[in-house]
Structure formats: C-alpha cells, structure tokens
Design a protein around this ligand. Structure first.
Ligand code: G6P
Ligand code: ZN
Length: 566
C-alpha cells in the first residue's frame, strides 16, 4: 500500500446540458473534454447514491471508445475521495454493457458506471457517454437519472484525490490498494470476459453449439459470419466462438479487434450501417448465418443465408416460441414476455398461444428491470435491435446469437425456413422504421406538436386514410404512457400512437440517444394472416405514405428521404 493520499474539494459550476437520455448522458467527446464536465457528472452520479455510497464497490466498464481512459482515471480519483471502497474495472476499460450487468449481479455490488455511447460513432470528433447501472445490473430508472440531472443543475464542488497515480493503472490485471485519507481504497483490474463466458456456458449447451459450427459426420458445418464492427464484442467473440466453439478466426468472424474510434464506422448493426456484412453474405452463399453487434455489445442483427433479414421484432417472437431448447429456460422455466411499445406485436401472438403474460413498455431497457426482478418476465426485446433475457438486466447481443444458434441446432433448420414456418403458424407482423437523423430540433418539435394537436381533435378517431388501394381507419390515437405494474411509477409522453382498426399502427417518437439535433423515428406496422411472403417495403408502402401525409414530415423537415430504413 502506498502512503496516505489526501483528497481535496474542487469548486465547480453547473452545466445546463447534463440530462441523461434514453440510455445515459451522450455528447460529443469535445463536450466531455471541457474543464470539469466529466468531473461534475461523475460527482452527481455518486451524490445521487446517497448513504449507500460510503464503503461501496462499483464496477466500471465500457466499449473502450476514445476518451475512456481519462474518464476512468477521473472516476477512480473522484470515487476514492467520495469514500467508495473498491472499483472493479475491465482491463483497458473494456467490458461490454452486458458483461457489466452480469458482473454487478455476480459480485453483488452497488452498481456500475458504463462508459459508452453504444452504437454512436466514436473517436475524437464523435460521441462519448456515461451511464449508471443499479444493483440489479440494469440501467438506472428515471427516478435516479432525474435525481442526477437535478444535482447537475446545482453542483458547486466535487471531491477528488489528485495525487492518486492512475497512469496505466487499467492496463495490467490485478489488485492495487491505496490509502486515501486513512481509508483503504482498492482498484481491481479484471478480464471481464471470463465471468461472461462462464455465464454463457451455464445458459447454453456449448457441446451442441460446437457441433453445429464445426459439423459432425451427420451434418455439415453451419457456416456463420459474425461482425463485431470494431467494437467491444470482438474480445467476447474470439473467446466464445473461436476458442470455445471452434469457429475459424479467418472465415467466421470479422472486425474483432476493438478500436477506440471503431475504425471510423458507425457501429450500429442494421441494414444501413452493417451493409458490409450484408454484402459479404450476399456475395458468398456458402454462409448460412450472419450477425453483427454494436459498439458496446448489447445490440444484434440476425441474418440468414443470402443476407435474409430477420427484423428484431420477429427475432423476439421466434425466440419466444422456441425457448425450451435452451438449458437455462428448461431449468428456470419461462415467465412472461415483453417488448417496447414501438416494437411490432409478433411476440404478443406467441404469448397468447403459450398462455404467457405479455408487457408493452416504453422504449428503453430500463423499463424491463422491475418485471424481471418480480419474476414476471423471462424474455424481451426492442425493434432497435435489442434482445435479451432475465439472465442479466441489459440486452445482450452475443446471448441473442447463441440463442438463435441453439434454435437452429435444435430444429435443424435454416433462418429463413424458421421464419417462414413461424409466419405460417402466426401470420406476419410486417414492420419497418424510418429514421430522419439530425433534423433541426425546432422543426422536429413542431412536427410532434402538430401530431399532438391532430390526435387531440375528437374527429381524428374514425377518420379513414387511403393510399395504394388500401384504406385504414383510425381506431385510437394517443401519446403512450406507462404505469409500471410493480412500483406504479408513471412514464408519460413516450410516443404518438395511431392505431388503426385492423391492428396496423403508426408510431412517432423523437430519439433519446442522439448527441446533436433531433432524430425523428416513424415506426410502421401491419398484420397479415395469409400473405406472409411479400417484401416488407412493398407491403408497407401505402401505410408509409399515409404516415408521411399525416405528420406532414416533408413540410416540417424539408426531408425527401429517411436517413436510415430498418
Ligand atoms: C438504446 C436503449 C434501448 C432503446 C434504444 C433506442 O439502445 O438501450 O433500450 O430502444 O436506445 O432509443 P432511441 O431513443 O434512440 O429510439
Ligand atoms: Zn449498445
């Protein structure tokens, strides 16, 4: 132990833009680099924890994006001065969001600080983020993030230990202790993938998965291609798929070295930003399966042969329908299912058939936590490429791929055939999302106000809209609000819903994860019982046109085309 280190109080002034969004505080790196900006926010997180903070242990992890190291050093110094007794930190600051969640639960610690802006681009010109997770391993609920925000508006000082030597501290595995003001302060640097790999081995049958990937005398190797998009999952993909499951480092995985700027790509697994993977599968039909992950490893995109695309909403429904082939669910049973409100309702049909509870929550993984803790939820997902279960309290990209491969192994069917079988049984919830990124905040707000006014008018319900020979009649319209069934907390203004009498839906939301301007999202869904094999964009075109007409999007934003279609 080194000599006694002294903590000091540093005067500071508030910033007025530290309100956490859907998933923590996300801003340009340059914003976090301002004097005291990161310090203020970290101090406010710790202050929001109240009395529990003293003597506590916290986990620190993230996707290793640019600015992670200085931010971790700041956290170490501020935590030590605020009487945190221990920090458990992923080596080099690397620990995927699901691995942080697993670690918080495993080690039974107070919580964790996750340094990531998820799927947003990284590097000095791009985004950084800080998010707090609570002791169940999940993102802090609104009530805590609101407290943090209130504190950021009136902070006057933070406490730190400037002489605590943090240089290269996160590079080397092992435990270091310091004497801070007569207290022992411990920093443990761990390989965060170890516990995570052990957890996955507990959930899935690795023997069967290995046989699927390697092939057996009875069945040829199932040819996969996993794309980590230069994000944090590279480490986990190598450890799980290459080391444990025998995948080829040359042919089955790509972009598996985490880079602090993600190689200047947008690490978001969807048809636009993961186009490279889509093209690779289209170019080589020997691939049976493809998957991509986002920067911090909680999102996933699933593709079949020839880049057959599985919407996240369908992915959730297929998993729900086949969970019993996964050892974890055999052992623990299956409670209810849940999806975020904009996610297509395919899983609702599975829940109805299997007699399970189904919940519809606002966008944001934090809304699933209470239901899981109360034992009412086993599997959930979001249209935004998030899928996960109650094994942790975050969505989990690698888990989703292992779950899909388990089902493929069990059914001995390819992705496309599984989907076609599913649609034949349940009908198909066609879904697409149109994103208009970086619109002017003012015009995006005007569009939402226009929609508010429209649905407030009593004559809107009952109105019919026609396009492309199809007609839709409004059955209900509202701004979604949610009452948590466990703690009765209320979340209002979660998105404008226009529900038509045949079950079709148009949803409008402003994104809560951007770092500049406003992103307008339009979610479009219709249900077909028989006609299940049409291209989604063709099937949904009339409803898309109606959605654009109702919102007058072109008038408000001047945009002709969306930036991204998923
Ligand atoms: C993050 C959250 C998700 C959420 C998604 C979309 O990934 O963890 O729960 O669905 O952001 O958020 P946005 O507000 O941008 O639509
Ligand atoms: Zn993410």
């Amino acid at each position: 132990m080194s000599g006694t280190l002294e903590s000091v109080i540093v005067p500071t002034t508030p910033f007025d833009d530290q309100k956490p969004g859907t998933s923590g505080l996300r801003k340009k790196v340059k914003v976090f680099m301002q004097k005291n900006y990161t310090e203020n926010f970290v101090q406010c997180i710790l202050d929001a924890l109240g009395e529990k903070l003293k003597g506590s242990t916290l986990v620190v992890g993230g996707d290793g994006r640019y600015f992670s190291k200085p931010a971790i050093n700041t956290i170490i110094r501020i935590a030590s001065a605020n009487e945190v007794s221990k920090l458990i930190i992923g080596q080099l600051g690397i620990s995927s969001t699901p691995a942080v969640s697993a670690l918080i639960r495993q080690e039974k610690v107070l919580g964790g600080i996750v340094l990531t802006a998820s799927h947003n681009p990284g590097g000095i010109r791009n985004d950084f983020g800080i998010k707090y997770n609570i002791e169940n391993g999940g993102p802090a609920p609104d009530q805590i993030t609101n407290t943090i925000y209130e504190l950021t508006k009136k902070i006057t000082q933070y406490k730190t230990t400037p002489s605590l030597e943090t240089d290269r501290i996160i590079d080397v595995l092992g435990t270091r202790t310091f004497n801070v003001e007569g207290r022992t302060f411990t920093v443990e640097i761990i390989d965060s993938s170890k516990e995570y790999v052990a957890l996955m081995k507990n959930i899935f049958d690795f023997h069967k998965l290995r046989a699927l990937i390697r092939g057996t005398d009875k069945r040829p190797a199932f040819h996969i291609l996993l794309d980590s998009m230069n994000g944090v999952t590279g480490v986990y993909v190598r450890n799980i798929f290459v080391e444990e499951l025998g995948a080829s480092p040359d042919n089955n995985v790509r972009r598996v070295v985490p880079l602090d700027n993600f190689g200047e790509i947008h690490p978001d697994p969807n048809l636009t930003y993961a186009k490279d993977l889509v093209n690779a599968l289209k170019a080589d039909s020997s691939y049976d399966f493809g998957a991509a992950f986002d920067g911090d490893g909680d999102r996933n995109m699933i593709l079949g042969k020839n880049a057959f695309f599985v919407t996240p909403s369908d992915s959730l429904a297929v998993l729900a329908n086949n969970l019993e082939c996964i050892p974890y669910f055999k052992k623990n049973g299956i409670n209810g299912f849940a999806r975020s409100m904009p996610t297509a309702a395919a899983v609702d049909r599975v829940a109805a058939k299997l007699g399970k509870e189904i919940f519809e929550v606002p966008t944001g993984w934090k809304y699933f936590g209470n239901l899981m803790d109360a034992g009412r939820l086993s599997l959930c997902g979001e249209e935004s490429f998030g899928t996960g279960s109650n094994h942790i309290r975050e969505k989990d990209g690698l888990w989703a791929v292992l779950a899909w491969l388990s089902i493929i192994e069990h059914k001995n069917m390819g992705v496309e055939d599984i989907l076609k079988e599913h649609w034949k049984l349940y009908g198909r919830n066609y879904f697409t999302r149109y994103d208009y990124e970086e619109c002017e905040t003012e015009s995006a707000n005007q569009l939402m106000q226009h929609l508010e006014a429209l649905i407030a008018d009593g004559s809107f319900v009952g109105k019919s809209f026609c396009s492309g020979g199809k007609s839709y009649t409004v059955a209900k319209a509202d701004n979604f609000s949610y009452v948590d069934p466990i703690d009765n907390s209320v979340a209002n203004n979660q998105g404008i819903r226009i529900l038509f009498d045949d079950g079709s839906r148009l949803i409008y939301r402003l994104s809560g994860t951007g770092s500049s301007g406003a992103t307008i999202r339009i979610y479009i869904e219709c249900y077909e019982k028989e006609d299940v094999l049409t291209d989604a964009q063709i099937m949904l075109k009339p409803l898309v046109n109606i959605g654009l007409e109702i919102s007058q999007l072109k008038k408000f934003t001047g945009r002709e085309e969306p930036t991204v279609i998923t």
